[in-house]
Design a protein around this ligand. Structure first.
Ligand code: ATP
Length: 354
């Protein structure tokens, strides 16, 4: 059996609460089925800076070569200088070719949300496209030839478009979804979005049981607000996906309900959509849902990738327990209408593991 080595990067601010919360749930769930995982704690953020003078030290980056999974807390990069090395987190996706960011959102009946019956999986390409910290690595960048003009370029490759489209259809098939919608702006970006949808169309032919649909990115944004129940799996390019996934978090009621998994060929990284949330850090307020569910997604991915059934079972148990706690409406955090803290919600999730 594949040795399961997972790196844990606590990071800053609420990372110091949601990482311990997530690990305690994972330990308890793994114990139930005797699943052995080697956890490797690595420094990132202020603690790393205090020890190594660098928020994302070489020691941390090198050790990531030898793991199959990463659980990354948030890094308080907004408080660091713009050129701080903490920006190496997005390029890590490129370095390890973790090309698809998978972000599921769904509404709960008892949690106030913009609309009910939302159940969407966003699949966003994250190794190319238009986002400076990532595109620098992908070979394009922003530059300012003189003080009056700035140019940002956008890279779409056939390989990048094809593999993210394939991942979206594979995910749709795995979760028994009916439809994949490619969100694009081909009438304007004829070549780049043109290539993206050409590959989506090509891949769709291999999945005849899944409906393939295309929507302009602006229409997608509007329909996500007016009729989110029409969406199933949405695949899109980097920057469009960045915006749509935060819109999705808003639709279901809280950033705290937006998990994410960055998938590559042989490594994946669990990361909540939210940032380090310094405004609520250290007060036992943060909702641990996003990182706990992201980590369950990581175990499910590991289970499928390396045929480790126990990892799939752990993932399922965690998600079931999280759903039970949220649907009970008791022991949930304030951002989703409760009165409990991070620790009480985490304990309830552990207590409900079956
Ligand atoms: P970044 O730029 O690092 O992604 P951000 O500026 O988007 O971060 P966040 O840190 O994600 O901001 O926080 C945005 C808002 O959402 C804040 O008011 C924060 O308190 C709230 N928030 C973020 N995460 C959580 C959470 N886990 N539980 C409850 N509220 C949260």
């Amino acid at each position: 059996m594949q040795d399961i080595r997972i790196a844990v990067l606590e990071g800053d601010d609420v990372g110091k609460e949601i990482i311990p919360a997530t690990l305690s749930v994972l330990y308890a769930a793994c114990k139930l089925v005797n699943l052995n995982i080697t956890w490797i704690d690595l420094l990132m953020g202020v603690d790393a800076h205090n020890k190594y003078g660098d928020t994302f030290p070489k020691e941390t980056e090198e050790k990531l070569n030898n793991v199959i999974g990463i659980i990354a807390g948030p890094i308080g990069h907004n408080t660091y200088p713009r050129n701080d090395p903490s920006w190496r987190i997005p390029p890590l996706r490129k370095k390890f070719e973790m090309f698809a960011s998978v972000k599921p959102i769904h509404s709960y009946k008892n949690i106030e949300s913009y609309k009910k019956d939302i159940d969407i999986i966003f699949v966003r390409e994250v190794t190319e496209g238009l986002l400076s910290s990532e595109t620098i690595v992908a070979g394009s960048a922003e530059y300012r030839p003189n003080d009056e003009i700035t140019i940002s370029s956008r890279v779409i490759t056939r390989k990048g478009a094809n593999r993210v489209a394939k991942e979206a259809f594979k995910i749709a098939k795995y979760y028994d979804r009916k439809k994949v919608t490619a969100a694009h702006k081909e009438p304007v970006y004829r070549l780049s979005c043109g290539m993206f949808i050409e590959e989506c169309r090509k891949v769709s032919l291999d999945f005849p049981n899944i409906i393939y649909d295309e929507k302009l990115i602006d229409t997608t944004a509007m329909h996500l607000v007016t009729s989110p129940e029409d969406f199933d799996v949405v695949v899109t390019t980097n920057q469009f996906g960045d915006i749509l996934t935060d819109l999705g978090a808003g639709l279901v009621g809280s950033l705290g309900l937006a998990p994410g998994l960055c998938i590559g060929e042989d490594k994946a990284m669990a990361q909540a959509t939210h940032g380090s949330a310094p405004d609520i850090a250290g007060r036992d307020i943060a909702n641990p849902y996003a990182l706990i569910v992201s980590s369950a997604m990581l175990l499910d991915w590991i289970g499928n990738k390396f045929n480790i059934d126990k990892a799939n079972i752990v993932a399922k148990k965690i998600k079931q327990s999280v759903d039970t706690v949220i649907e009970s409406g008791i022991n949930i955090t304030k951002d989703i209408g409760g009165t409990s803290g991070t620790k009480a919600m985490t304990k309830a999730i552990i207590d409900n593991l079956k």
